[in-house]
Write a protein that binds this ligand. Structure first.
Ligand SMILES: [Zn+2]
Ligand SMILES: [Zn+2]
Length: 265
């Protein structure tokens, strides 16, 4: 059986912000550097996989983020029916990666042991560490555990032939990236292991961070896992939609195809 997959980035939201907000230590340039919000879809011989579940309209309002397009719409545009998806990989439990938990009623959720321990344990006693988490999101994942719908992973593990997860930690203690075998080689869906290209390329670190050393080691790990630096896809960079072609005509600026070479990176 072939283990070659198609991979897509589906944008669903945006946050306008100053560049200085994206780096520990700030940035001397007084310019804007917005971030985009994505989920990712993987299509292949083992079926359709979705990576992360984003946030919904209510959360966008609460967190003052812009929600461009509901996630089921973006997935539908590439013929992925959310209600039929059987496997969802959750990179970590931050609010912008694990909401919308009812739009995948038939899915099993893949999560690192450490992320659940972190999001439901002693670190959440600290207000500063709670900031990127939402109580209801974490509780919803605990409920899925009790419903028998969560598969836990510890470190590097195969989800299906050609799809593996790798614990990176750093930004969130149990954060994982996803490696996907494609016709152009191994693509690394970095999620928040590198928010923007500038983080991995310049060795800089996003302010929300549990462990700076793990973030920086994670950049090396991803470079090792990916076929080339051009195979690492950051989790929040608007450039992704410029570098990669639209999945099909009409989806420009919304859904991009990641298993073809980017124009530049
Ligand atoms: Zn995050
Ligand atoms: Zn994020």
């Amino acid at each position: 059986m072939s283990d070659i997959h198609e991979v897509y980035a589906v944008k669903y939201g945006r946050h306008e912000r100053k560049k200085a907000e994206n780096y520990i230590g700030g940035d001397p340039h007084d310019t804007n550097e917005p971030i985009d919000y994505f989920v990712w879809a993987i299509k292949g011989p083992s079926g359709n996989f979705v990576v992360d579940t984003g946030f919904d309209t209510a959360m966008a309002k609460k967190r003052r983020r812009k929600l461009d397009r509901p996630i089921p719409e973006g997935l539908k545009a590439i013929d992925v029916e959310a209600e039929k998806v059987e496997n969802v990989i959750v990179t970590h439990l931050h609010y912008d990666h694990c909401g919308n938990y009812d739009i995948f009623p038939n899915a099993r959720f893949h999560l690192q042991d450490m992320e659940m321990a972190y999001a439901s344990g002693r670190c959440m006693c600290h207000q500063h560490l709670r900031i990127p988490f939402e109580e209801e999101d974490v509780v919803a994942m605990v409920r899925k555990v009790f419903a028998g719908r969560v598969t836990f992973h510890d470190g590097a593990q195969q989800i299906a032939p050609g799809i593996t997860v790798h614990k990176i930690g750093g930004h969130s203690k149990g954060l994982q990236c996803v490696c996907v075998k494609t016709k152009r080689g191994t693509v690394v869906l970095a999620s928040d292991t590198t928010h923007l290209y500038s983080h991995i390329n310049e060795g800089r670190v996003f302010p929300i961070t549990y462990n700076v050393g793990e973030v920086l080691d994670g950049y090396d790990t991803m470079r090792r896992l990916a076929t080339s630096p051009n195979h690492v896809v950051p989790g929040h960079d608007p450039l992704v939609l410029q570098y990669y072609p639209a999945a099909k005509a009409g989806l420009e600026g919304w859904v991009a195809r990641l298993d073809v070479d980017p124009k530049t990176a």
